[in-house]
Design a protein around this ligand. Structure first.
Ligand SMILES: [Zn+2]
Length: 430
C-alpha cells in the first residue's frame, strides 16, 4: 500500500510555501505557549496550557475536547490534569494520523541568562523552558496541519492533534490516560507521531526498558562502641553495591543492542543508584548506634534483547548468593517500576514516510535513532496497542532540561514542513 501516490508535487509545493507564510503565526503561538509556566512538578497552569492549545485548534477548524484525568490521584483541585485533543475529519475516518506533544516542562533550575518564560527571540532562536522539550513540537504540528488546510489541499483521512500533561513524571495522567479512554487506540488510530526533540533531521523509533527496584537491608541495632554485638545494615548494603559494581556491571557490559540508541554509550545495559538511605538523619543529634536499616533504589536500564524476567532474576540471584555466604545478611527486594522496551519496525510505512519527508525538506538522509530513556511511546504501544509510533520534532535533544533552552527557528519551520508532507502522504489527498 502506498498512499503517497495520491499526493501531487503541485500540492506538496503549495503546502511547503504555506508553511513559510504561516511561520510568524507559529512563532507567536510558541511564544505564547512558553509564557504559560506549565511546570511539572507540581503541574502548574495545566488548564491554561490546554486551553491555549485548544483555542488555536478550534480556530483552525478542529473538533476540540478537553480530557481531565478524573480519578487519577495526581488530578487534584490545586493541580488539575487536563489534556486537549482536536480532531479534523477528512472524507474518511481512516487512516488517522495523531500528532501528540506534552506541554508540561521541567522546573527552571539554575544557570539561566535569559528569562525562562519570556519567549525571547534572538539571533534566530526562541528561548525558554520547554521550547526544545517540547512546546516547539506542538507549535510545528498544529501549524503544519493548518498549512495544508490553507493551501486548499483536502486530506482523505483524519488528522488529530493532542497536547498532554505529565510526560516528565511518567505520563499516566497524559498520554496513558488518552490511551485508556480509547482516544489513542488501534481501533481508531493508525499512526502516532510524538513531537519530542529529535534534532529536526532524525527519527526516533523507540526506547530501552526500565526496571526500578529497592533493596532494604535489615540489621540489628546495637551500641556503636560494641558493633560486634549488632548487625550493621549499611555494611551489607555496601556488599550489595560492591557485587553490583564488580560482578553484575562487567557481565551486562558485554551485551549490546541492535537498536540504534543514541548516544552509542547507551547501547549497553546500565544500572545506576538513584537513592541511598539509612541510619540516623544527617541533621540532628547523633548517638552511637549500629544501623539496623539501610537501603538503596536502583535504576536498571535494559535492552530489547534482555527479557525482563532474566533482568529481575539476576538481581534476585545476586542477593541470594550474598545471603547464603553470610548468615546475618537479611534483605527485602521491592519492584518499583517497569517500563518495557519498545521499537517501531524500521521498515514500516510510518518510519519510511517521515524519513523520506526529512530527506526532501533537509536534503540529507534521516538517521534512525532510539532513546536511552523512555517517553510516552510506551503508553501508545502498550495501552493503545498502536504499533506505528515514532518521535520526531524540531528541538535539539541535548538542550532538553538545560538552562537557556532554545529552539532554532529555522528548525521549527523545517520540522513543520516535514510534518505537513508526512501527514499528506499518510492520509492521502483528494
Ligand atoms: Zn519531552
Amino acid at each position: 500500500m502506498n498512499l503517497a501516490s495520491t499526493v501531487t508535487e503541485k500540492q506538496e509545493s503549495a503546502v511547503i510555501r504555506e508553511v513559510e507564510t504561516i511561520a510568524d503565526e507559529m512563532i507567536a503561538f510558541l511564544r505564547g505557549l512558553v509564557q504559560i509556566p506549565t511546570v511539572n512538578p507540581p503541574g502548574k497552569e495545566y488548564l491554561a496550557g490546554a486551553e491555549f492549545i485548544g483555542a488555536r485548534l478550534k480556530e483552525f477548524g478542529y473538533q476540540v475536547q478537553y480530557v481531565a484525568a478524573e480519578g487519577r490521584p495526581e488530578h487534584t483541585r490545586a493541580h488539575p490534569r487536563v489534556n486537549v485533543i482536536g480532531s479534523m475529519a477528512g472524507s474518511k475516518a481512516r487512516p488517522l494520523v495523531h500528532f501528540n506533544g506534552h506541554f508540561d516542562v521541567v522546573p527552571v533550575g539554575k544557570g539561566w541568562t535569559v528569562d525562562a518564560f519570556a519567549g525571547l527571540v534572538r539571533d534566530g532562536k526562541l528561548y525558554g523552558r520547554g521550547t526544545a522539550d517540547q512546546k516547539a513540537g506542538i507549535a510545528a504540528a498544529i501549524h503544519a496541519g493548518e498549512a495544508i488546510r490553507r493551501s486548499g489541499v483536502k486530506l482523505l483521512g483524519t488528522l488529530e492533534q493532542s497536547g498532554t500533561v505529565d510526560e516528565e513524571s511518567g505520563g499516566f495522567a497524559g498520554v496513558a490516560w488518552l490511551a485508556e479512554c480509547g482516544l489513542i487506540h488501534k481501533d481508531r488510530t493508525d499512526f502516532v507521531i510524538i513531537t519530542e526533540p529529535s534534532n529536526v533531521d532524525r527519527v526516533c523509533i523507540g526506547h530501552r526498558g526500565v526496571y526500578w527496584f529497592k533493596v532494604i537491608q535489615h540489621g540489628r541495632i546495637g551500641h556503636g562502641s560494641m558493633p560486634h554485638l549488632g548487625v550493621n545494615a549499611a555494611d551489607h548494603l555496601a556488599d550489595v553495591i560492591h557485587e553490583i559494581n564488580h560482578t553484575l556491571k562487567p557481565r551486562i557490559a558485554k551485551r549490546i543492542t541492535n537498536m540504534p540508541v543514541e548516544p552509542p554509550g547507551s547501547r549497553r545495559p546500565s544500572i545506576n543508584i538513584n537513592a541511598v538511605f539509612g541510619g540516623q538523619p544527617e541533621e540532628g543529634t547523633q548517638t552511637p548506634c549500629v544501623i539496623d536499616r539501610a537501603g538503596a533504589i536502583f535504576d536498571r536500564r535494559f535492552l530489547a534483547e534482555e527479557p525482563l524476567e532474566e533482568v529481575q532474576r539476576e538481581i534476585h540471584e545476586l542477593l541470594e548468593a550474598l545471603r547464603r555466604a553470610q548468615p546475618a545478611f537479611q534483605y527485602s527486594l521491592e519492584d518499583l517500576m517497569v517500563v518495557h522496551p519498545t521499537q517501531t519496525d524500521p521498515s514500516s510505512m510510518l518510519v519510511r514516510t517521515v524519513s523520506q519527508s526529512i530527506e526532501e525538506v533537509l536534503g540529507k538522509k534521516a538517521p534512525l535513532i532510539a532513546s536511552p530513556g523512555t517517553y510516552d511511546q510506551k503508553h501508545v504501544t502498550r495501552i493503545g496497542h498502536v504499533k506505528d509510533c515514532i518521535a520526531y520534532g524540531p528541538g535539539i535533544l541535548d538542550l532538553a532540561h538545560q538552562p537557556d533552552e532554545y529552539v532554532v527557528i529555522e528548525d521549527l519551520v523545517n520540522s513543520a514542513k516535514v510534518m505537513a508532507l508526512t501527514a499528506m502522504r499518510l492520509l492521502g489527498t483528494a
